[in-house]
Ligand binder design. Structure first.
Ligand code: ATP
Ligand code: MG
Length: 431
């Protein structure tokens, strides 16, 4: 039978040797979101298609062109989630989380599926870390989630990622703005792409988000939303900027940011870098005060952001940021003979109980081959157990880099003594 060895276009594998990179960034994201009071939420990878049609918005690229939608055997239309917000909002409504007090603060890690043209930084299966906050219209919340995203990027050591913010107002200011946009773009009707033409009537703001270079150029001269904000939205935007300044977060105002979802209101923001090519947005977010109502709930102003994990790793690579590899084997015990094998087995249990990564031969190799393997996996220390060591109940652990050897008793204190050795080493070499 032919081997099936090709992954689906636009998907990527994370291999055992690379997973520490993902875990490193995910741990920082978990820690930072906890510090800001967000608790993790997990929702299904697929939902009723209707949820995304309403939650992401009918006129968006995502819904119009990019969703993986299929009918189940039971005849239901389901869709692989293209983003994390709609599922989170659905869960908030389904479990009436508002009864537990507002605001509801949730974070998530999700895989997302979009049928896009695969290229650097643009995949068909990709991963996001995000947060959601439901039940607050205060500008403090907007500033707080932006600060959280900034803290994550700072702790990851990223540089040259700048924050762009905008306010796209509420439905009232947008009605006037949309009219101005319609008038502006109508003059360029002949030059617009087909998709934009169809959006001109229904949702002209989408034209500002078009990826076609010609349309993008036309959009540059379009009226700016910031000139159409009502008093309330203007004040809200001013407060968000005030709190960001208070927290020492730098930003630039970019009146062309509209974001890809239909239900964004007021604040929208992106963290952008130019070090990974055209797909330079690493984080996007904002407010969606109308979303919960759109899904059939009561008025519950909400906001959130999502960070693309693949893009973050690309930036870290591009900037040469070293990710500490904590997945290394600290001790490899090589054995000769059955007694040694058994001793190794009991010692390993002790060492592993202390949370230290340790291994022994599980293949049946000879001593030389075992040592070669220890070298190959990059073990920090090795120890050879044979009849002599068993008889004396002592053995030498060898630092594989410096060659230095330390003798340890093979008793109940072994793991503890080895841990002390390792700790001194970590201090010296910053493993
Ligand atoms: P873009 O303008 O790059 O298409 P978007 O507005 O569609 O982004 P969001 O829906 O806001 O993106 O998703 C948040 C983040 O998820 C993006 O800022 C990006 O880092 C990441 N992301 C979005 N689409 C992809 C994709 N196809 N492949 C990899 N990462 C992605
Ligand atoms: Mg997109």
């Amino acid at each position: 039978m032919a081997l099936i060895t090709r992954k689906i276009k636009g998907t990527e594998d994370v291999l055992p040797k690379q997973s520490y990179r993902w875990q490193f960034i995910e741990n920082i994201m978990r820690e930072e979101s906890r510090a800001y009071g967000f608790k993790e939420m997990r929702t299904p990878v697929f939902e009723h298609t209707e949820l995304f049609a309403r939650g992401v918005g009918q006129t968006t690229d995502v819904v119009q062109k990019e969703m993986y939608t299929f009918d189940t055997k039971g005849g239901e239309s389901v869709t692989l989630r293209p983003e994390g917000t709609a599922g989170a909002a659905r869960a908030v409504l389904e479990h009436s989380l508002d009864n537990e007090g507002l605001p509801i603060k949730a974070s998530y890690f999700v895989s997302c599926y979009r049928y896009e043209k695969p290229q650097a930084g643009r995949l068909r299966e990709f991963h996001q870390f995000g947060v959601e906050e439901y039940g607050t219209q205060s500008p403090v919340a907007d500033a707080e989630i932006i600060c959280l995203a900034q803290s994550v990027l700072d702790r990851l050591g990223l540089s040259g990622v700048h924050l762009e913010i905008n306010s796209i107002g509420c439905p009232e200011c947008r009605a006037k703005y949309n009219q101005a946009l319609r008038e502006y773009f109508t003059e360029y009707k002949e030059q617009l792409c087909q998709t934009c033409l169809s959006r001109l009537e229904k949702n002209p703001m989408r034209l500002l988000d078009c990826k076609s270079p010609e349309d993008h150029k036309i959009a540059e001269g379009a009226p700016k939303i910031t000139d159409y904000l009502c008093e309330e939205c203007e004040t809200h935007f001013g407060e968000v900027r005030k709190y960001l300044t208070c927290a020492g977060v730098d930003f630039v105002i970019n009146p062309t940011i509209v974001r890809g979802l239909d239900y964004y209101t007021k604040t929208v923001f992106e963290f952008v870098t130019d070090c990974i090519g055209a797909q330079g947005t690493v984080c996007g977010g904002g407010r969606y005060d109308g979303l919960i109502e759109e899904l059939g709930g009561k008025h519950m102003p909400s906001l959130g952001f999502a960070i693309g994990l693949e893009r973050i790793l690309m930036v870290m690579d591009a900037q040469g940021i070293e990710i500490p590899n904590t997945d290394v084997c600290a001790l490899y015990i090589a054995t000769m003979g059955d007694d040694a094998k058994q001793k190794a087995f009991s010692l390993l249990r002790q060492v592993r109980e202390c949370g230290t990564a340790a291994e022994t031969d599980s293949v049946g190799r000879g001593l030389r081959a075992q040592m070669k393997y220890a070298d190959k996996i990059g073990a920090k220390y090795s120890m050879v157990l044979g009849d002599n060591e068993i008889a004396e109940n002592r053995a030498k652990v060898k630092n594989m880099e410096s060659g230095e050897q330390t003798e340890l008793a093979l008793d109940d204190s072994f793991a503890e003594k080895f841990a002390v050795l390792l700790l001194a080493d970590e201090k010296a070499f910053k493993i």
